[in-house]
Design a binder for this molecule. Structure first.
Ligand SMILES: Nc1ncnc2c1ncn2[C@@H]1O[C@H](COP(=O)(O)OP(=O)(O)O)[C@@H](O)[C@H]1O
Ligand SMILES: O=P(O)(O)OC[C@H]1O[C@](O)(COP(=O)(O)O)[C@@H](O)[C@@H]1O
Length: 302
């Protein structure tokens, strides 16, 4: 069973405009959509949609925190959040004339003592896997990620920005940097696929059993002790890419949970992320076509 930890969740607001973004001009949109978001929260929602047992933990507060709890519970996702005094952030994605603008807040300040409560909740669910994902709200430190990884007898996956990844001390089962984060974490040249694959492979030595590097429209690389695999992205009509990395990771974890190979897991991850980028926002895409879509994904050994 997987428990996710999101220290800094968000309500994801997605707004689409029919014109380019312009300064000093009132931009008007017909509607907006609101999704419970944040890396661990997205993964918990996608895994639940794929019938994989999962609980979302982390910090939530205020009216946005209430929205996240209610939205997830109405979608059948098990939650066990620690209540905070501040108001959970609202992150906005504006899509204007095919350009994507991501406006993320730092989040409400929290006291580090609250991590004890999060850890207790994680332990209570006796997970096999724990995913710690997303940014840290003001008040928390990098050690608060390591505390989760060393807090019990489980395997930990981490999805945080590159500058944080390279400062973690604990041992992790996997990390999931995107291209930019992989560059920040390794200081390597990630401008080519070969450079990314090399960087992902060698970053394993920094305390990660596996590295799943997502490369946007260029696909994804999975580096394990035995294999270096590359999967092409699928050619789909992209609406926005927010949540794409979370969808990739969820598909991969769901396939591993089902006992599938690394190749099959990478295929499933790419299929789920392709469905996610084809819709607006970070809501759960219709997953009925994952099975057929994953047959279209090419995986090669590098
Ligand atoms: N423009 C795109 N076209 C097709 N697939 C995409 C595109 N952007 C992302 N994806 C899919 O989503 C996955 C994760 O995307 P990426 O942008 O690297 O993650 P993150 O959201 O963490 O930055 C990719 O590996 C790919 O399968
Ligand atoms: O915690 P951060 O790094 O600000 O990211 C939070 C945002 O990332 C998301 O989890 C999406 O992440 P990905 O695009 O990396 O999959 C959004 O739901 C959320 O608003």
């Amino acid at each position: 069973m997987i428990v996710t930890v999101t220290y800094n969740p968000a309500v994801d607001q997605t707004v689409q405009f029919d014109e380019p973004m312009e300064p000093d001009h009132v931009m008007r949109a017909e509607s907006a959509r609101y999704d419970a978001g944040g890396k661990g929260i997205n993964v918990a929602q996608f895994l639940t949609a794929m019938d994989k047992p999962c609980v979302a933990t982390g910090l939530a507060g205020g009216f946005t925190g209430r929205f996240i709890r209610e939205d997830m519970q109405s979608g059948g996702v098990e939650t066990d959040f620690t209540e905070i005094e501040g108001i959970t952030r609202l992150n906005t994605t504006a899509i204007a004339d095919d350009e994507e603008f991501k406006l993320n807040l730092s989040g409400p300040a929290v006291d580090r003592g609250i991590v004890d409560d999060v850890l207790e909740r994680v332990r209570a669910h006796d997970p096999d896997w724990v995913l710690v994902g997303g940014s840290l709200p003001p008040g928390l430190e990098i050690e608060d990620i390591d505390r989760i990884a060393t807090g019990g007898d489980w395997e930990t996956i981490v999805d945080v920005e590159g500058t944080i990844l390279k400062r973690l001390d604990a041992r992790y089962s996997m990390c999931k940097p995107n291209r930019h984060e992989l560059g920040d974490a390794t200081d390597a040249d990630v401008s080519t696929l070969e450079g990314c694959a090399r960087a992902a492979g060698s970053f394993r030595d920094q305390g990660f059993d596996r590295v799943l590097a997502s490369l946007g429209a260029d696909g994804a690389v999975l580096a394990t002790e035995e294999q270096l695999l590359y999967a092409d992205a699928l050619d789909v009509d992209v609406v926005d890419t927010v949540g794409a990395g979370d969808a990739l990771l969820s598909g991969l974890l769901a396939a591993w949970e089902a006992g599938e190979s690394n190749e099959a897991a990478l295929r499933t991850g790419v299929a789920v992320s392709s469905l996610l980028v084809s819709q607006a926002g970070t809501g759960i895409p219709s997953l009925a076509s994952v099975e057929s879509l994953r047959e279209d994904v090419t995986v090669q050994t590098l």
